[in-house]
Design a protein around this ligand. Structure first.
Ligand code: BG6
Length: 486
């Protein structure tokens, strides 16, 4: 429905996100022929730079795999233009609009219907509203298609998120807004619905009768080095849990949508989110990393951190409960931390013990969805020890993508999501009511953490460790049998 023509305006084109994610993704789509044939990309930012400097920046993070890529990069450069301007001045926006108009004419897009514009805001939240206003007033083309792509943070609690939502909602229709949560573009996250709803045996064992606990884990092996300024304002819960991990939880827990239509999917997500109780202080374990023996710095040692007595958690384990017929009493434990021993994001669905205990040492079934690295799905199950023994052993049914799909290059999450924007598919974007429901779950806990009078306990863990020692006890308390882990 874009009629083969679109102009993608990357706002914040000289920023980190644009360089690391947006442009490499646009190039990936371009080289594989997924951008409409008549596409132009306009980078917009405050920095003054020549077209050449801009192109250098744009290509800095693009990895070329072969000579063909080199040639494609040249073509890609030809569809890119840069324009500098302010975020809060009408005349800057008018100039941008003039540039777009002239460029559209050159590309023979004279008819208003062909003026399709995607505005990608790779911007800090402080300028979200002025930019959206500037665009709406001066760069929006009422007769064409206008889409606004927004990146988190969407506020810092229910109230601020609602304020931002109201301000954006006054300017753009909900159907034209695409709130990115890049976890929704990851291959294994996109796979959750297929796994659940295309396999009859999962469909029938997917509830409190069979499942004991669900663990969703995010581990990063590096600290906030150099990003302490941003991070300290947000903390690990706002940074990855209220959004990325909660989205994964939602896909695991929601009911079957009536179809794969984006609104049907998002309706179900909202419903299940509304059944989740706000997290209680007792169901939270908060931690912060400290230096280790090898001399890796602690969180408070980071030069970019202003508050040297910061209580901001860099680690959290939170138990969430869904009060509905399917899930009552099943803890969903979200765990996330910076500066841990490894990079790993995965979901572990641990089933109940087999009743009757016919065999000794029967381990629990456990379905593991490894989101990264090395995407895989495996089910731990019990089988006879091969040979003359009758002993039961634990083994697994394993679908490892790197073994099974050897020729497959898994696209980056951003490629998948930008393509969805072009195709007008909202399934993997966060709807306004979904955002509100998700903040409600976290806001009371976040306010308690932010309130110095409440002094919530904060445990420490050394840089590069598995997390705070208290974690084992915490996950056992919420039903996870650790002897099962391999
Ligand atoms: C971002 C967070 O949203 O997600 C970062 O702000 C985090 O702190 C990142 O590192 C993780 O994304 P990925 O795709 O690298 O797992």
């Amino acid at each position: 429905e874009l009629n083969g023509a679109v102009t993608i305006v990357v706002l914040g084109a000289s920023g980190d996100l644009a360089k690391k994610k947006t442009y490499p993704a646009l190039f990936g789509l371009f080289k594989n022929g997924f951008l409409p044939s008549n596409t132009h990309i306009v980078g917009y930012a405050r920095s003054k730079m020549s077209q050449e400097e801009y192109l250098d920046r744009v290509t800095q993070y693009i990895k070329l795999q072969n000579d063909e890529d080199k040639a494609k990069l040249q073509q890609f450069k030809n569809i890119n233009t840069y324009q500098s301007g302010q975020y809060d001045q009408a005349e800057s926006w008018i100039q941008l609009n003039n540039l777009l108009e002239a460029n559209e004419m050159e590309r023979h897009l004279g008819s208003p219907k062909d003026k399709n514009r995607v505005f990608y805001m790779a911007l800090p939240p402080s300028v979200f509203i002025p930019v959206a206003q500037g665009i709406k007033q001066h760069v929006y083309h009422a007769e064409g298609i206008n889409r606004l792509v927004v990146e988190k943070p969407f506020g810092r609690d229910t109230e601020s998120s609602n304020e931002l939502g109201d301000a954006l909602g006054a300017l753009f229709k909900e159907e034209d807004i695409y709130r990115i949560d890049h976890y929704l573009g990851k291959e294994m996250v996109k796979n959750v619905m297929n796994l659940r709803f295309a396999n009859i045996f999962f469909a029938h064992a997917w509830d409190r009768q069979f499942i004991d606990t669900v663990q969703i884990t995010f581990k990063e092996p590096f600290g906030t080095e150099g990003r302490g300024g941003y991070f300290d304002d947000f903390g690990i819960i706002r940074d990855v849990m209220q959004n990325h991990l909660l989205q994964v939880l939602t896909l695991i827990a929601m009911e079957r949508p009536i179809s794969t239509d984006s609104e049907a999917i998002r309706d179900e997500k909202v419903k299940v989110l509304k059944c989740i109780q706000p997290i209680k202080m007792n169901d939270a374990l908060l931690g912060q990393y400290v230096s280790n023996q090898e001399g890796k710095p602690g969180y408070l040692d980071d030069d970019s951190l202003k508050n040297k007595a910061s209580q901001t958690p860099t680690f959290a384990a939170l138990a969430l409960f869904i009060e509905n017929e399917r899930w009552e009493g099943v803890p969903f434990v979200l765990k996330a931390g910076k500066a841990l021993n490894e990079a790993k994001v995965e979901v572990r669905i641990q089933f109940k013990n087999v009743p009757g205990n016919l065999y000794d040492d029967t381990a629990r079934n456990e379905l593991v969805i490894r989101i990264q690295p090395k995407e895989s799905v495996y089910m731990k199950f019990n089988s006879k020890q091969p040979g003359l023994s009758y002993q039961t052993i634990q083994t697994d049914l394993d679908l490892s993508y790197h073994d099974r799909y050897t020729d497959l290059a898994i696209p980056d999450a951003y490629e998948s999501l930008i393509l969805d924007v072009l195709r007008n598919d909202h399934s993997n974007f966060v709807r306004d009511d979904e955002l509100e429901a998700s903040w409600k779950i976290f806001t009371p806990l976040l306010h308690a953490i932010d309130d110095p009078k409440q002094k919530l306990p904060l445990v420490t863990y050394p840089y590069g460790s598995r997390g705070p020692q208290e974690l084992n006890e915490f996950i056992e308390k919420f039903g996870y049998d650790r002897s099962n882990t391999t």
